[in-house]
Design a protein around this ligand. Structure first.
Ligand SMILES: Nc1ncnc2c1ncn2[C@@H]1O[C@H](COP(=O)(O)OP(=O)(O)O)[C@@H](O)[C@H]1O
Ligand SMILES: C=C(OP(=O)(O)O)C(=O)O
Ligand SMILES: [Mn+2]
Length: 532
């Protein structure tokens, strides 16, 4: 039985997906929430939120993510970073997943990836779980009802957590698979209930498709000055570096918290919602995000609550440190209606330095920006990937290696040209440790990071006095309004300056060792900006 609104020529049967007992097309958030509760997937929380736990998988499974090795993508995929799947194995997996879903219920959401109509991708997401439908409806861009009757998917995602893949039969690594097939225009997700896989697989798709249209896809958040989209800022960063937190700045207009494209028209959000971490969420430091945790249909993932009062415990990480809430963009009071911005005036590269070595803010030349973009130094924070339990220093190229199907140089060249054409000012911001490494020091106060960003974005910081950092060669401001001068010089925040010097030297060597692989591909000015 079919329910809801759909293009009558584009039912699942028309895509070769048949045998389902019931298909719910394009249910709204209330209907998806009600269905999820009725099916026992989760419960209704305070303020009409939806509370859910995801079992074994509470973060992404990057090692189980594959690109199907078809001839059309053979020369363009960065295979060292994207494990290949044999097309025949994918076909078997596809047939087996459909057989498994047959006789059951599916939820179909027809959505857009991309706020700029010229570049958007029409994505159909077919989910076994009603709440995955709710999640992805919050996260992607919702068409008007009138657009649904002609909606024709460019790509289809089929997400079936109860299907357990078999490494012997499907050529995979475990029972969990995220497989992207660019030729068939299908993504299969099995064996994981973690909702983030849905949105990050759309991101990976766009990261592959958009460069051919001259668009730079970016793992970044974005906002612009109030009433002035010309003054746009983007904040690159791997998971946990502060994209979501820092873009929700009450004095600016939020464009988006995680994934954007930069075209010759400016910046556009790929999404229509946000996916925020809730661990330790402080209503004073992050009131806008905190408030979404009591709004109707917000998906609250893997948070512990008191069953008597339904009160959420923001400090209980017993299910995972990667506890989350997902909500539509307009739940943030100052979000943009269009999710479009201008060309970035400022480009912030966020790093969570667990060594406590990098200054809280540094100004980068375009060549240094390219160097740091390709290096992607940061830490993986606890929980976002399976097996990571404490900050783990890493070089994640483009500040998002797990989502980059092409070689880093492809993204590097696009970014470099756009920075050169539009003259953005670039900054490196350490939201990680200060006063010592992880274990001794403490996390950079959000207040200080916000004050430094305000000064960078309002144009005052660029005119201040800088020192050249002896280890890294970038410019570090000596003072900034609202921030203790000492904090700007990490060496002074360490109890033992010699220990700082030793740690800094180690980090310089790590940068140098990591960057060797990019040297054959880069221009002389970036080579000159190299560290170590
Ligand atoms: N100085 C800081 N800047 C940004 N975030 C910080 C800072 N100190 C602590 N945090 C915490 O770090 C986390 C950043 O996560 P989030 O903004 O979700 O990152 P991302 O969106 O890049 O994955 C939040 O839980 C935030 O409260
Ligand atoms: C959803 C994710 O993104 P982020 O942590 O960058 O918000 C993720 O990495 O799983
Ligand atoms: Mn985020």
């Amino acid at each position: 039985m079919d329910h809801g609104t759909v293009n009558p020529e584009m039912r699942l049967e028309d895509q070769g997906i048949s045998g389902l007992a019931a298909v719910y097309y394009n249910d709204d958030a209330d209907a998806l929430h009600a269905a999820a509760v009725a099916r026992g997937e989760g419960i209704t929380g305070k303020g009409g939120t939806f509370l859910v736990t995801t079992g074994k998988h509470t973060g992404r499974s990057p090692k189980d993510k594959f690109v199907v090795r078809t001839p059309d993508v053979e020369d363009t995929i960065w295979w060292e970073n994207n494990p290949p799947m044999d097309p025949a194995d994918f076909d078997t997996l596809y047939t087996d997943v459909l057989a498994h879903m047959s006789g059951g219920t599916a939820y179909v959401q027809d959505l857009f990836g991309g706020a700029d109509p010229a570049y958007r991708l029409d994505v159909r997401v077919v989910t076994e779980l009603a709440w995955h439908g709710l999640f992805i409806r919050h996260l992607l861009r919702r068409p008007d009802v009138s657009e649904l009757t002609t909606f024709t998917p460019d790509f289809t995602i089929i997400n079936c957590p109860s299907f357990k893949a078999d490494p012997a039969r499907h050529g995979c690594r475990s029972d969990t698979v995220i497989a992207l097939n660019f030729e068939k225009k299908i993504i299969l997700i099995t064996g994981t209930e973690y909702a983030g896989e849905n949105k990050k697989s759309v991101f990976t798709l766009l990261n592959y498709l958009l460069p051919d249209q001259g668009i730079m896809p970016m793992h970044c958040s974005a906002n612009h000055a109030k009433d002035n989209p010309v003054d746009t800022a983007v904040f690159f960063g791997l998971s946990g570096t502060g994209k979501t937190t820092l873009s929700a700045d009450p004095s600016r207009t939020l464009i988006g918290d995680d994934e954007h494209g930069w075209s010759d028209r400016g910046v556009f959000n790929f999404e229509g919602g946000c996916y925020a971490k809730t661990i330790g969420l402080d209503p004073k430091a992050e009131p806008e995000i905190y408030a979404t945790c009591a709004m109707p249909n917000t998906v609250i993932e893997n948070m512990v609550h008191d069953p008597a009062t339904m009160e959420l415990d923001f400090n209980d990480d017993s299910l995972t440190a990667n506890m989350r809430c997902a909500y539509p963009l307009h739940y943030i009071p100052n979000a943009s209606d269009t999710a479009l911005g201008g060309h970035p005036k400022n480009i912030i590269m966020l790093t969570c330095d667990a060594f406590g070595v990098l200054p809280p803010i540094s100004r980068l030349t375009p060549a240094q920006a390219m160097y740091h973009f390709l290096s992607g130094f940061t830490s993986k924070v606890a929980g976002t990937e399976r097996g990571v339990t404490e900050p783990e220093p890493t070089f994640s190229t483009c500040f998002g290696a797990p989502f980059m199907p092409r070689r880093p140089e492809a993204y590097g060249a696009l970014l470099r040209n756009k920075i050169a054409s539009h003259g953005a000012t670039c900054w490196l911001v350490n939201t990680g440790w200060t006063g010592g490494a992880y274990g001794t020091g403490s996390r950079m106060p959000i207040k200080a990071t916000r004050a430094l960003l305000s000064a960078a974005l309002d144009g005052t910081l660029v005119d201040s006095t800088f020192r050249k950092d002896p280890n890294f060669g970038f410019d570090v401001p000596l003072a900034a309004d609202g921030v203790d001068d000492m904090l700007l010089d990490p060496r002074r925040t360490w109890a033992d300056p010699a220990a700082y010097d030793a740690q800094a030297q180690k980090l310089v060597e790590m940068f140098s060792e990591n960057f060797a692989k990019y040297v054959p591909f880069i221009d002389d000015d970036v080579k000159a900006a190299a560290i170590g």
